[in-house]
Design a protein around this ligand. Structure first.
Ligand code: URA
Length: 211
């Protein structure tokens, strides 16, 4: 199957849940639950092109040939801290995946990413890596994370987010044209503070109740 490099997932269930996430009246526990549910569906779409091979099995009635996933094993990489909100839903669907973390914060003045933590599996170069962060805003953190993962040997990488700004998507695609992007929405723009508009505010604050 051909890999699409940009996947906007307009499934009604995702769009419905996303509307509730955007609503400022949605509280922390609902926000977290909705992100988990949407993440299950986003990773389902992002893994549509995984290769399969036929395995011979025995059902209670007969022997049959049936597909199983083949190819590279998976590694999810969360961009801290908001990326963690997508991990549980994805691990519901991909329970055997390994998990890495990259800690980057945005310098509030320059909006440039500053790395403070990185831990990924030693065999990351042999895995299909799915990088997760709900908000693709300027793209600076995403690009820095992908640069670091490639330095560690990762070569097969997908990026999954909840919302993307056109500016961030363009920057990411220019810097890493080999990385497919899956998102639930492409919003209008970034504001002067690097927030996605209309967006949903600060994803980390909303999922962890820190505001
Ligand atoms: N990070 C967020 O949490 N929200 C935005 O709108 C942009 C970056």
């Amino acid at each position: 199957m051909m890999t699409k490099m940009f996947n906007l997932i307009s499934h009604p269930l995702i769009q419905h849940k996303l509307t509730f996430m955007r609503n400022e009246e949605t509280n922390t526990d609902n926000f977290r639950r909705l992100l988990r549910e949407i993440s299950q569906m986003l990773v389902y779409e992002a893994t549509r092109d995984l290769p399969t091979e036929m395995a011979t099995i025995k059902t209670p009635l007969t022997v049959m040939s049936s597909p199983i996933i083949s190819g590279k094993k998976l590694c999810l990489v969360s961009i801290l801290r908001a990326g963690n909100g997508m991990l549980d839903g994805m691990l519901d669907v991909l329970p055997a995946a390994r998990v890495g973390h990259i800690g980057l914060y945005r310098d509030p003045q320059t909006l440039e990413p500053v790395e403070y933590y990185m831990k990924v599996p030693d065999d990351i170069s042999e895995r299909l890596v799915i990088v997760v962060d709900p908000m693709l805003a300027t793209g600076n953190s995403a690009i820095a994370a992908l640069n670091r993962l490639k330095e560690c040997g990762a070569s097969a990488i997908k990026y999954v987010c909840l919302l993307a700004a056109p500016e961030g998507l363009a920057a990411l695609q220019a810097a890493h044209p080999d990385v497919s992007v899956t998102t639930a929405a492409l919003d209008e723009r970034l504001n002067d503070h690097g927030y996605i508009v209309p967006g949903l505010g600060d994803a980390g604050d909303r999922m962890f109740g820190t505001k």
